[in-house]
Structure formats: C-alpha cells, structure tokens
Design a binder for this molecule. Structure first.
Ligand SMILES: Cc1ncc(COP(=O)(O)O)c(C=O)c1O
Length: 393
C-alpha cells in the first residue's frame, strides 16, 4: 500500500467523516505550490478556503512564528500582550476607526458580531436580518444567519433570524423596523456562488440600517485581508459597516478570527459580556501581523486586483467558454466561474488530476482563489490546466 493510501486509511478510521474529501494527502508546500505524499507537485489555486493568503511557508510568516514561539506563548486575556496590540492597530489602520476583539475562526467572529449588535440594541431589538444564499459559519448563531443546506438537520435554530434575497433593497426595506438589531451581509457572497452586490446595494443597506438604528455587519471572512484587491471588500463600494468580521486569511493559515467595531458599538462589550480563552494568542497574532506587513511591503493587494483582472479575462476567452461557461465574476483573486454544467465537481477532479487545486461551490460555480504570491507563469500554467479540465468533462 502506498504511503498516501495508508494515510487515507488511517484518517478514515480515526477522524469523523464531516468533510467531502479528495484522495490526496499534502505533505509540503512552498508559495503557491504543494506536494503530495507521492511527491507529485500541484498548483494551489484555492489556498485552503482562502486561509493561506500568502501561500505556504512564507519566510516572513515562518520567521514571525519562530520568533514569537521562542518568546511568549499564551498568557490569557486578563493580561496585555504586544502582538495582539500590533495586529489590532493594523486592522484599524487598514479598515476604519474602531476597536478589535480576537477569536479563532470566522464563525466565532460572526457570533461576536451578532452578540455585540444584540447587546448594543437592548432588549427590544431581537431580530437579525441576513441574506438568502448567505454563509456565516456553522456554530448555532452563525448557522441561524446562514441560509441554505448547511442548516439541514439543525432546525429549529435561533429565533428572530429573517432571510431576504441578496441585492433586493425593497425586500430588505419591508422587514426593517425598530426590532432589528443587525443586518448581516457578505460584501461578495462566497459559499453562495461568489455573488456580486449590485453597484449601490451596500450603500442602500447602510442607509436602511441608519434609518432604523440597526447595526450593519459586513462579514468579511472571505473578502477581508486583501483578497479582493482592497484590504477589505467593502472598500470597493464606499460603505463602512458598524461591525466587520474577519477570519480565514487573517492568520495567513493559522486560526485567527476578529471583529472590528466602530467605537459607538465597541463600548457594549465590557468585562464578562464576551470572551475567548485563546483569542489574540501571541503566536497567531504575530503571524497575522506579519501578514499585513507582507501585504504592504510587497504591494500585494494591488497585485491581487491586477492578477484577478488577468485571470478573469483569460478565463472568459477560453476556447470552450461559449459552451462551458455561463459567467465569470469576482473581485481581485476571489473568482467564481459559473459553468453551464449542472455539476462542476468533475472539473475540480479533472483539474486535480492535472495538478491544479481549485474548488466548487453552489454545485456549479468553480472557485478560484489562489494566494496573493502566485506568479505570472504559475497563473498561465493554471489557466492551461483549467481549460483542459473544462474541455475534458
Ligand atoms: C463569509 C463567511 N463567514 C464565516 C465563515 C465561517 O468561517 P469558519 O469556517 O472559519 O468558522 C465562512 C466560512 O466559509 C464564510 O465564508
């Protein structure tokens, strides 16, 4: 039995089967490249659901983790520690004036945002409005805000959550009143199919929240930290939320989640209202701070914007595009390719067989989300494989 087959067998015996798996064991990575247990090389154009924003083993992140691991591990949030201060300052300076709370994941960031909105609004504001096709995570609060199949088997969820269609201002307006604590929306819907907001949608949502005194939460777990060609997705649309959630790329692949809340809302979290034992852990915070340093030093956010234009244009011009592709959409290196096929999983599998890692969401939307360190030759090679994969199914 090969090493890969043996590892898969052991995995199946010892881990719960809650993920659909592809039959590859990755053992090593470098930048946008990965190697499996048989030493076969792959181009990583998915970055582990967007987490590895700087690819694998970026020297600056390795260095930050190594230095911090030799200095201080974990003390608990009843004390101050420097790396989380540095990271919070970076989030504020790249985002908007406010204050930060740290946790470990996107779902926890959403929980924190929902709780902050609830406690800010007082007992009368018990309802939260979210969007159809939204995905906000799998904990019970975040799942209540999520729409679609992730909820299956877990209803009834929390009371007071209402879903309205994304990009539908009148539908939102009809549900807004003084009982709404928050409206939560992804600037670009990720799991729902890389769905773009119409040009003034987020501004209209902002206007409705202001009119009714509800908190506007932008869930930037996918769109935050440079992926879309701006530091945060909402910056494309000239709208500032009251609370922003972050996860995935924030830790560059280590578990870091956060919210940034404007001062008027931030004050409602006081000692005992919310917390997280390992949130802002020095090693994870040092890695996340290094992510922002690298993005800035290497001008990678602008690079993501340009690389995204290059990839989207190239995909639109594939020989097979008229037959195979319904729409190419996205911002920066957050790209969705809606296929004409009802199920795009065979394209993902064919790409993998040819050495390219991509993903599918919403049944037939390919997600192409490489790290921001991909090179032009790597993009060209990936495009070639992707085109062949689309033609082969
Ligand atoms: C927009 C959004 N919010 C929240 C989450 C949950 O993040 P996590 O899986 O880190 O809990 C996700 C995960 O895909 C997401 O896409």
């Amino acid at each position: 039995m090969s090493l890969q087959a043996e590892l898969i067998r052991r995995h199946e015996q010892s881990l719960i089967g809650n993920y659909g798996k592809l039959p590859v064991v990755f053992v090593r990575g470098d930048g946008a490249l990965l190697w499996d247990a048989a030493d076969r090389q792959y181009l990583d154009f998915f970055a582990g659901f967007g987490g590895s924003i700087l690819g694998h083993c970026h020297p600056a992140l390795v260095n930050a983790v190594r230095q911090q691991a030799q200095t201080l591990w974990h003390v608990g949030n009843q004390f101050y520690s420097e790396p989380q201060i540095r990271l919070a300052e970076q989030i504020v300076s790249k985002g908007f004036p406010g204050r930060v709370f740290f946790c470990h994941s996107g779902a926890e960031a959403v929980e924190a945002a929902l709780k902050l909105a609830r406690i800010s609004g007082g007992p009368a504001r018990t309802r939260t409005i979210a969007m159809l096709q939204a995905f906000h995570g799998r904990t019970m609060g975040a799942l209540s805000a999520t729409a679609g199949p992730a909820r299956n088997g877990f209803t009834p969820l929390l009371e007071g959550f209402i879903h309205v269609p994304f990009n539908d201002v009148p539908a939102l307006e009809a549900r807004m009143d003084a009982t709404v604590s928050a409206v939560i929306v992804e600037p670009v819907q990720g799991e729902g199919g890389v769905n773009m907001p119409s040009e003034d949608y987020l501004q209209q949502v902002r206007r409705l929240c202001d009119r009714h005194g509800a908190a506007l939460i932008f869930d930037e777990v996918w769109t935050g930290v440079g992926r879309t060609g701006r530091y945060f997705g909402h910056q494309h649309y000239g709208v500032v939320p009251d609370i922003m959630t972050l996860g995935k790329a924030l830790g560059g692949g280590l578990p870091v989640g956060a919210i940034l809340a404007r001062p008027r809302w931030a004050v409602f979290f006081q000692p005992t209202t919310h917390g997280c034992t390992l949130g802002g852990n020095p090693i994870c915070a040092a890695a996340a701070a290094a992510v922002f340093d690298v993005l800035e030093r290497q001008n990678l956010v602008e690079y993501a914007r340009q690389a995204g234009v290059f990839l989207r244009d190239a995909i639109k011009n594939f020989r097979c595009a008229p037959r195979r592709i319904a729409q190419v959409r996205g911002l920066g290196l957050f790209i969705g390719v809606e296929m004409t096929l009802p199920d795009a999983a065979p394209v993902v599998r064919a790409a993998l067989d040819h050495g390219l890692v991509i993903n599918v969401t919403h049944k037939n939307v390919l997600r192409i989300c490489p790290s921001l360190v991909i090179t032009r030759p790597q993009m060209e090679q990936a495009l070639d494989i992707l085109q062949r994969a689309m033609e082969s199914v």
